[in-house]
Design a protein around this ligand. Structure first.
Ligand code: SF4
Length: 360
C-alpha cells in the first residue's frame, strides 16, 4: 500500500524538476516530454505551474481585444482554413469604412481599448484604404489598433505603422518548414519569417502563434514552435486547436487534442512568461468550458467578436465557431462573469506589450 504514494511523490518531484528546468532554460526535448504528459494529474501540475508564472508576470487581469473581421476574401489556399480561395460555397464580403467605424464605436462604448482588424490575405485590400481606416479610428477613438491581414510588402506595413497601427498578428502556424510548405501552397516559409522580422524592425508589437493537431505535426514540432516564440521575443502568442472544415483539404482529419492545446498554452506561458496569450475562440468552439480552462492554464486575454451580426457567420475559418449569435456586449458581460468565477477580473486598459523582465 505504501509503495504507490512513494512512486507518485517521485513522479511529482521529477515533473517539478523538469518544469523548473523548462522555466529557467527551455530545451526542445524537455518541452516535448512535458507535452506528452496526458495523465490528468500530471497535466494539472503543468497548468498550476503555468498559472503561477502567469500571475507573477502578467497578474490577474484579463485583457479584452475586440475583433472586427472586415473581409473574408483571401488569395491563399491554406489546407486547414475555410476562407481558402477554392471554397466556392462561401459568400464573400468586405465591410465599408462606415460599417467598420460603427463596430469600433460600439466596441469603444463597452470600454474596450484594443480593436483587432482582421481579414483574409486579399489582393483587393487597398493599403491606402486601410491606412485611412486606421487614421480615422485614431482620430475618433482612444484605442490601440492591432492588424491581422497577413503577408504584405514592407512599404504597406510602414504606411500602416505611420498611420497609427500599434500591433500586428502574423501566425507562423508551424515552425516545421516542411510541414508549413505542405499546408500552404504557393506560400513561402522564408517570406513569413521575413514579414515577421520586418514588422519587428518597424516597432510594431508583434504577435504570432500556431495550430495544434495539424496532420503530420509531431510533439517535437510543437516544442520547436515554443522555442521559436521565445527566440522572437513575441508580445502576443495565439494557440488554437485545429478544427476541420468540410471545404478544405484537411476535411477528413480529426480536430486537435484539447489537452495538448492546453499543455502547449501552459508551456508557452512558462517559457515566454509575460507575453499576452489569449484563451482562443477556437478552444471555446470545441467546448464552452475550454476557454475557462485556457485562462486557468496561463492565458490572460479574451477576444469578443464585434463583426456585424450579418457577417459573423461568413468568417468561417473553421465550423462551429462560438458566440456567433450573441451580441458582443453580451459576450463582454459573459466574459466578466467568467473572470469573477475564477477570482480574476477584466482589465480595461490597453494592455500593451510588457517590458521583458530578467528576474527568475
Ligand atoms: S489562413 Fe489566412 S491566408 Fe490562409 S486561407 Fe485562411 S484566411 Fe487565407
Amino acid at each position: 500500500m505504501a509503495f504507490w504514494p512513494i512512486v507518485i511523490v517521485k513522479m511529482r518531484e521529477k515533473l517539478e524538476n523538469i518544469l523548473e528546468k523548462v522555466y529557467l532554460k527551455p530545451e526542445q526535448a524537455d518541452i516535448a516530454y512535458l507535452l506528452s504528459l496526458d495523465d490528468s494529474r500530471q497535466q494539472e501540475e503543468i497548468f498550476v505551474f503555468a498559472d503561477k508564472v502567469r500571475k507573477k508576470f502578467v497578474g490577474d487581469g484579463i485583457l479584452l481585444r475586440g475583433i472586427i473581421e472586415f473581409s473574408n476574401h483571401c488569395r491563399n489556399s491554406c489546407f486547414y482554413c475555410g476562407l481558402n480561395k477554392n471554397n466556392r460555397k462561401l459568400q464573400r464580403y468586405r465591410l465599408t469604412q462606415e460599417e467598420i467605424l460603427r463596430s469600433v464605436k460600439f466596441l469603444a462604448e463597452q470600454k474596450i481599448k484594443t480593436v483587432v482588424l482582421q481579414s483574409g490575405e486579399e489582393d483587393g485590400l487597398d493599403s491606402f484604404w486601410l491606412a485611412e481606416v486606421i487614421s480615422r479610428i485614431k482620430r475618433e477613438f482612444d484605442l490601440a489598433i492591432t492588424l491581422c491581414v497577413g503577408e504584405r510588402p514592407q512599404d504597406d506595413y510602414k504606411l500602416w505603422k505611420n498611420s497609427g497601427a500599434d500591433r500586428y498578428l502574423l501566425k507562423i502556424e508551424t515552425t516545421n518548414e516542411k510541414l508549413y510548405t505542405s499546408l500552404h501552397p504557393q506560400m513561402s516559409f522564408a517570406n513569413r519569417l521575413k514579414c515577421l522580422k520586418g514588422l519587428c524592425d518597424l516597432g510594431f508589437q508583434v504577435g504570432s502563434g500556431n495550430i495544434i493537431g495539424l496532420k503530420n505535426q509531431t510533439l517535437a514540432d510543437i516544442a520547436q514552435d515554443i522555442i521559436f516564440f521565445k527566440s522572437q521575443d513575441l508580445d502576443m502568442i495565439g494557440i488554437g486547436p485545429f478544427i476541420p472544415h468540410s471545404q478544405t483539404e484537411l476535411s477528413g482529419h480529426g480536430h486537435g487534442d484539447v489537452g495538448l492545446t492546453l499543455r502547449t498554452l501552459a508551456l508557452t506561458r512558462i517559457v515566454c512568461r509575460n507575453a499576452h496569450i489569449p484563451a482562443t475562440t477556437a478552444l471555446a468552439s470545441l467546448n464552452k468550458d475550454y476557454r475557462l480552462q485556457g485562462l486557468r492554464a496561463g492565458a490572460n486575454v479574451l477576444m469578443p467578436n464585434f463583426t456585424p451580426m450579418d457577417y459573423k457567420e461568413l468568417y468561417e475559418i473553421y465550423p462551429g465557431k462560438k458566440c456567433l449569435t450573441e451580441f458582443a456586449d453580451t459576450c463582454v458581460s459573459c466574459m466578466a462573469q467568467k473572470a469573477t468565477a475564477i477570482n480574476r477580473y477584466i482589465d480595461y486598459s490597453r494592455g500593451d506589450a510588457l517590458e521583458k523582465k530578467v528576474e527568475v
